[in-house]
Design a protein around this ligand. Structure first.
Ligand SMILES: O=C(O)[C@H](O)[C@@H](O)[C@H](O)[C@H](O)COP(=O)(O)O
Length: 259
């Protein structure tokens, strides 16, 4: 079962990042209290990294048991370890270097310095996901407690770009992406079958250049043309927006959460 998206609108990108970081603390603390540990999927992109920086900046992040958290990525730019454009590098600088994560539970997507091709790296990540899946997950990836996704002006999420081969993948959980419209051209991405394993999916978007794609994603567009339309959590889907990104949503759909 997939959830009908909820839409919450915050004043601007700064409040959005802070509100998402607060929401993350609550969600992860609740999950860890209930089950002992949690799975979180990170995204690259401006708002995704700003959210992690906001989380690092709030003392309340100490409420999370960082050692009982598995961290995954929804996509990665296929660049060597430490490259400033890698999503991993951004996440480490913004947050992971500042909290007590268990290195064994920080599941980075391999880069070319691993000696693997992008295809081999995608397969290796799929194997790592499969190892972490439990029988109750009923599939080859864990049931992510929170899947964070940014979105591009074309409606892409992770590295699933409109009408490119990766959006049509229905078997593999991770694929290599070549010729990405957003640089760099080579990437690794979770596929829709993997994204759909998430209990909660949060699409976090700021900026007026995204308003049209947000509108389409919430107005019945197909996931092959507007991949964000296919981002749905099994229990909950949230579009967390700033006002600029929410400018074209159908009237009555969004709830204003920040004055
Ligand atoms: O690696 C990436 O580039 C991403 O994970 C990508 O899906 C990103 O989240 C969106 O393109 C939004 O990025 P911006 O917030 O920077 O526009």
């Amino acid at each position: 079962m997939t959830a009908v998206p909820g839409v919450i609108v915050h004043r601007d990108a700064t409040v959005l990042a802070q509100a998402v970081s607060a929401r993350l603390i609550t969600r992860l603390v609740d999950t860890q209290a209930a089950r002992g540990s949690a799975h979180l999927v990170l995204t690259g992109g401006t708002v995704g990294i700003a959210t992690l920086a906001a989380l690092a900046a709030t003392a309340a992040h100490d409420a999370i048991d960082w050692r009982a958290l598995d961290i995954w990525w929804g996509d990665e730019r296929f660049l060597p370890t430490g490259h400033p454009e890698r999503n991993e590098t951004g996440a480490r600088q913004a947050l992971l270097d500042h909290v007590d994560v268990d290195p064994e539970r920080v599941h980075v997507m391999p880069g070319p310095d691993s000696g693997m091709t992008a295809e081999e790296a995608a397969e290796a990540y799929a194997v790592e996901l499969a190892k972490a899946a439990r029988p109750e997950d009923h599939g080859p990836v864990p049931s992510f407690d929170v899947l964070l996704l940014g979105m591009g002006p074309d409606g892409h999420v992770a590295s699933l770009f409109p009408d490119k081969p990766a959006v049509y993948e229905e078997e593999r959980s991770v694929v290599a992406v070549h010729g990405s419209p957003k640089p760099p051209p080579t990437r690794l991405s979770l596929t829709f079958p993997a994204l759909r394993a998430a209990r909660e999916t949060w699409v976090v978007v700021a900026g007026e250049d995204k308003a049209q794609a947000v509108h389409l994603a919430l107005s019945g567009a197909g996931p092959f043309q507007v991949p964000a339309a296919g981002a749905r959590g099994r229990q909950r889907t949230l579009f967390l927006l700033d006002r600029a990104a929410a400018a074209k949503i159908p009237p009555g759909l969004g709830r204003i959460a920040s004055p």
